[in-house]
Design a protein around this ligand. Sequence first.
Ligand code: MG
Length: 347
Amino acid sequence: MTAVASAEERVVGCLLGGAVGDALGAPVEFLSLAQIREQFGPSGVQHYAPAYGRLGAITDDTQMTLFTAEGLIRGVRRYNQRGICNPVMVLWHAYLRWLGTQGEMRFDPQFPSRHNGWLWEVRQLHQRRNPGDTCLSALRSGVFGTTDEPINDSKGCGGIMRIAPVGLLAIAPFRLGCQVAAITHGHPSGYLAAGFLAHMVSELWRGNDLAAAIASARDELVRWPHHEECLAAVEAAASLAESAEACAESVESLGEGWVAEEALAIALFCALKARDFAHGVLLAVNHSGDSDSTGAITGNLLGARWGRSAIPEAFLRDLELRGVIEQMGRDLCHPEDCEDPHRYPPW
Ligand SMILES: [Mg+2]
């Protein structure tokens, strides 16, 4: 796994890796470890199993990740056109488009033409795949959450599971990751874990290794108020990775991953223990907790670290919306080329 992947390979690998982890975890998201072993054998899930009526189905994690990427590119286009842009506001609009794909067309006379761009036209995205209640209710409210004026006290993993693209494009990924997560999740651990992941992804696709990426993100984390809980989760994961076996019982000792700092801790442990992409991602989905989100975050990390060629072809072949995900990865690498205003309207 030491072959050098290009930057584009890593960016595309980050998105594809996240989607693969999401799809592997989808059929077992609501199963306990005992139920997973009973259904799939002692090693648990090893390949895609049917979910949402097909193999390789993605869930809300990948849907929202795609809208994060789309919003970032629109933000770059807006800045290039106008010389000014509030990227968080553009991301909010992207998430309101995602809300629209969930059948909730919140009409806002200020933004009558919000439902545009090529991603909105991908009809397969217009399906509900167990969207998180906090994301839905925060976006439905029409109120824009910030770290200074939290919209709620949620630290569910809905802020972190969608954030990886911020690390692929942003100049200050930790800060923007926090701001973008805080649109829907107001508890510090909810948005700080997201900032941590965005920062790590940024380090990884530029070629740094996991240990360096964790150390660098940790340096950023401790500058923020109320970082103690998130820091404790990160440190627990790193120290467990040094002492414990790569098994489901070790993963479960870090929590269930329904909340952001636990999802981050599980993903860090699985990424640190991974012998290869498949090993790490399968470790991340075979536990009693939020398997699709911990799978997605681990897949983001390992894909950004090793590039798309590390992802087994058997996983890519049956992945839902593979072509859309690859296209979004390429567009993130070359946002300056995305000039067609119908594909990425600049707001
Ligand atoms: Mg999900």
